[in-house]
Structure formats: structure tokens, C-alpha cells
Design a protein. Structure first.
Ligand code: GDP
Ligand code: IMO
Ligand code: MG
Length: 430
């Protein structure tokens, strides 16, 4: 029962959406197992552009069953908004989209908790403001978590919210301590009425997705897992605390869907040809100069979810080698290579220097990584526009050399090189 996983090996936005979209053609199931509407996956088909946030990228293909697994946190208005936008754009969405009854529900008080926490100078992570962290906190804390399946039981839901909302209001008021502007508090009954309205619309999509996937795998269906975020944002293995609140590595598949990890036989690590990061936290190869600005502009490096400018830097091969090992990647894809055209030379970080010592491994603590200086290898650039390249032989020698060197440093074959956002702008290297 072979399944595939697509996972980002940096800090998110590696162009996973493009790879998932390409692979979706040959899969019957595309499954999200972590995160929520903090993700932003862009897919381009000719002059059509789709931005998916909470929904799996497979939803663009009617032949695919798109699954939101139990490990995802769901904001119902966002779910409905995304479905509505797709339908308006002529993409049929119906029984092909399912959501786990065990996925946790995001309420507006989660977003308010996040807003208050992010307003604290010392507490700032630079989150997306989508209520992700507070919802996962409630899930693990157990007392105040609400699962999608509970939305289908009106009396039960009202009782739960009558228990939870007053506590949330007290917590918010104490937490804000008069320092946060226009603090919002909530009314349990109103919130319940609002969410029952969403539940009526989401009801047809709610199911036991673990069983669905077990049956699919048993029947020999092709299943594709789409990781949201990137490996360095994984709550356990990323640059903690500047991470998201879920396991974005393939390790999250088992807990986030109920599919045992041995079912996943192909893991594709997606790597941007340079580095980007949104929000706070260490980024040793960050470029705070004209080169960084140029890459940001040409690569259109502005967050899909928040519109924030992404921090930009040289490729960090030391880090990607580490995340490839954490992810168990079998191969890598090199994305947005076209963006680097015209730079006279390119740098790849191969080691760090910390307190005058060379470091060849990824420091496990963000506060140590913050103090690391990158050690670079320099490669010659190329001037040619790559966006019309379609096969390996079309790539200029220096672009090919750059790609090959990434593969060598990471220690994995490069299976795909991407030279533009469109589906066609893809080079199969094998
Ligand atoms: P994801 O979150 O990993 O799915 O990545 P995003 O969609 O947030 O960001 C990747 C961006 O790069 C999107 O706007 C894509 O349309 C775009 N993109 C994907 N591949 C390429 C490429 O090879 N070249 C260029 N220039 N853009 C690309
Ligand atoms: P995709 O799937 C890039 C970042 C946020 C912030 C940190 C925590 O598009 O690659 P959160 O709202 O999750 O609590 O924020 O994680 N972040 C992402 N950065 N791509 C993403 O998703 C991200 N999802 C979260 O910017 O630094
Ligand atoms: Mg993204």
C-alpha cells in the first residue's frame, strides 16, 4: 500500500503546492495532516492561479478525494470561504472533500488569544494570526478543545461552549491586563448559533477519515500526503520556539491521519533554490542587502497568507541535509531556480562558525543558531532566462552545476527542477 509524502525542507513556502498539484494527477487521495489556514499553497495553470490555505491542493482535481486529517485545525468560516471561492471559479467541490470528525475547531477566541500573546514584546513569534497555536494548545490541554464531530450535536455543543467561553473571557481579560487595544470577549450562545450555521454546511464533508484512508490503501489507491509549513517549523525538530504548533515533518502523518508511517514509501523533499522565512527566528544565511531585495522582488516573496515580505537568504545546504534526514527524504526537488538568473555568483552555506569554531551539524537550539555565521561555497551564476527550459539539457551549464552541487551537498538525487510557477515550467531530471 505505497503512499507518497511531499514535505518542505526549509521554513515553508518551498513551492510544495506546485509539486502536489503535479503529482495529484496520478493519485486518488491528497491528504493534509497538519496545520490549518496558516499554510498558503499557490498553484498556477496557465493564466489561472489558485491559492489554497486550509484545503488540500488536490481539491482542484475532481478525480481526487481531498482529506483534511485529524491533525489539522479547522476554522469553519475559512473552510466555507475557500470552498465558495473554488466553486465560483468553476471548480466543483462536493463529496470529493472530506474532513475528519477528530480535527479540532478554531474559534475566534483562539485568534484573540494569539493577538494578545503576540502583542507582548517578549512573546512575539511572528505568527500568521490564524489561531493555530491556541487551538493546538486546547487540543493538548483537553479541557477546552472542540472537535469537528462535536459541531454536529447542537445541545452538546451549546453546553461545551457555555463551559468554555466564560473561562476564555476571564483568561483573555487577565492576560491582556488592560494593555491590549480593544480586547474582544465572546458570548457562548451567539458563538454556538454561528457555529451551528457553519456545521449545517460542513456536515456532508465530515467523516471518519482514518477509516477512509485505511480502506483506500487496502484497495490499492494512490495516496499523497501534503505537509504544510516546512521541516524547520516543526514543533519538535524546528527552530523552537520560532516554529508552528504541529509536526510538519512526515512524522505527523501517523498521528495526524491514523495512517502508519510504513505505508509511506516515497518522501519528496521540496527545496527552494534559496532560503526564505516569514516571521521571527534565526535565519543564518539571511541577506539584508540589495541581493536579498532583488531575490524577494523577482521571486515575489511576499506571504500568501499575511502578505508580509518574506526574509530572503542564500541556500543553506547544511540545514537542508539535516531536514532531509529528519524527513527521511528519498529525493529532492529544486524550486524557483529561475529567480537566481542574472546574479554574478551564488553562495551555498555548507557549515557554520560559532565562537570561532567550525560547526558541521545543525545546532539544535534556536538561540545557538542565532549566533552562527554561515560558511559559504561560491559558485558562478548564469545570465540566461530559465523560464522556457523544459529538459535538463536546456539548463545553462552553471545552472546545472548549481543544481548538481545542491544534490551532492544534501546527499540525495534531484528529481525535479522548477523554473517558473506554471505546471509546464518543470524539468524532470531523471
Ligand atoms: P508552498 O507553501 O510551499 O506551497 O509555496 P507557496 O505557494 O507559498 O510559495 C511558492 C510561490 O512560488 C508560489 O507563488 C508559486 O506560484 C511560485 N512558484 C512555484 N514554483 C516556482 C518556480 O519554479 N519559479 C517561480 N518564479 N515561482 C514559482
Ligand atoms: P506553507 O504551508 C511559511 C510561520 C509563521 C510564523 C510561524 C508560526 O505555506 O509553507 P503559526 O501561525 O503557524 O503559529 O506561525 O510559522 N508559518 C509559515 N511560514 N509558510 C507556511 O506555510 C507557514 N505556516 C506558518 O510565519 O513564523
Ligand atoms: Mg506557502
Amino acid at each position: 500500500m505505497p503512499a507518497t509524502c511531499v514535505v518542505g525542507l526549509q521554513w515553508g513556502d518551498e513551492a510544495k503546492g506546485k509539486i502536489v498539484d503535479l503529482l495529484a494527477d496520478s493519485h486518488q487521495f491528497v491528504v493534509r495532516f497538519n496545520g490549518g489556514a496558516n499554510a498558503g499553497h499557490t498553484v498556477v495553470w496557465g493564466d489561472r492561479k489558485f491559492a489554497l490555505s486550509l484545503l488540500p491542493t488536490g481539491v482542484l482535481k475532481p478525480h481526487v478525494t481531498s482529506v483534511i486529517g485529524n491533525g489539522v485545525v479547522v476554522y469553519p468560516p475559512r473552510f466555507l470561504e475557500e470552498v465558495g471561492k473554488l466553486r465560483d471559479g468553476g471548480v466543483p467541490v462536493g463529496a470529493n472533500l472530506v474532513v475528519s470528525d477528530h480535527a479540532h475547531v478554531i474559534f475566534p477566541y483562539h485568534m484573540e488569544e494569539e493577538r494578545v500573546a503576540e502583542a507582548e514584546a517578549d512573546g512575539k513569534i511572528g505568527t500568521t494570526g490564524r489561531g493555530i497555536g491556541p487551538c493546538y494548545q486546547d487540543k493538548v490541554g483537553r479541557r477546552y478543545g472542540v472537535r469537528v464531530g462535536e459541531l454536529l450535536h447542537p445541545t452538546h455543543l451549546r453546553e461545551r461552549l457555555k463551559q468554555i467561553v466564560p473561562v476564555k473571557n476571564r483568561l483573555l481579560t487577565a492576560f491582556a491586563n488592560g494593555h491590549t487595544d480593544a480586547l474582544k470577549t465572546f458570548d457562548a450562545n451567539k458563538l454556538c448559533d454561528e457555529y451551528l450555521g457553519y456545521a449545517d454546511q460542513i456536515r456532508p464533508h465530515i467523516t471518519d477519515t482514518a477509516r477512509l484512508l485505511h480502506d483506500a490503501l487496502k484497495a490499492g489507491k494512490q495516496v499523497l500526503f501534503e505537509a504544510a509549513q516546512g521541516s524547520l517549523l516543526d514543533v519538535d525538530h524546528g527552530t523552537y520556539p520560532y516554529v508552528t504548533s504541529s509536526n510538519s515533518l512526515p512524522a505527523g502523518i501517523w498521528s495526524g491521519t491514523g495512517v502508519p508511517s510504513r505505508a509511506v514509501t516515497r518522501i519528496i523533499g521540496v527545496v527552494k533554490a534559496y532560503t526564505t522565512r516569514v516571521g521571527r527566528g534565526p535565519c543564518p544565511t539571511e541577506l539584508l542587502d540589495d541581493t536579498g531585495d532583488r531575490i524577494r522582488k523577482i521571486g515575489r516573496e511576499f506571504g500568501t497568507v499575511t502578505g508580509r515580505p518574506r526574509r530572503v537568504g542564500w541556500l543553506d545546504a547544511l540545514t537542508v541535509k539535516y531536514t532531509a534526514a529528519l524527513a527521511g527524504a528519498d529525493e529532492i526537488t529544486v524550486m524557483l531556480l529561475d529567480v537566481l538568473s542574472g546574479l554574478p555568483e551564488l553562495k551555498i552555506c555548507t557549515a557554520y562558525e560559532l565562537d570561532g569554531q567550525r560547526v558541521d551539524h545543525f545546532p539544535s537550539d534556536a538561540f545557538q543558531l542565532e549566533r552562527c555565521q554561515p560558511v559559504y561555497e561560491t559558485l558562478p551564476g548564469w545570465t540566461e532566462d530559465l523560464t522556457a527550459c523544459r529538459k535538463p539539457a536546456d539548463l545553462p551549464a552553471n545552472a546545472r552545476r548549481y543544481v548538481d552541487r545542491i544534490g551532492e551537498l544534501v546527499g540525495l538525487p534531484v528529481s525535479v527542477v522548477s523554473v517558473g510557477p506554471d505546471r509546464d515550467q518543470t524539468i524532470l531530471m531523471k
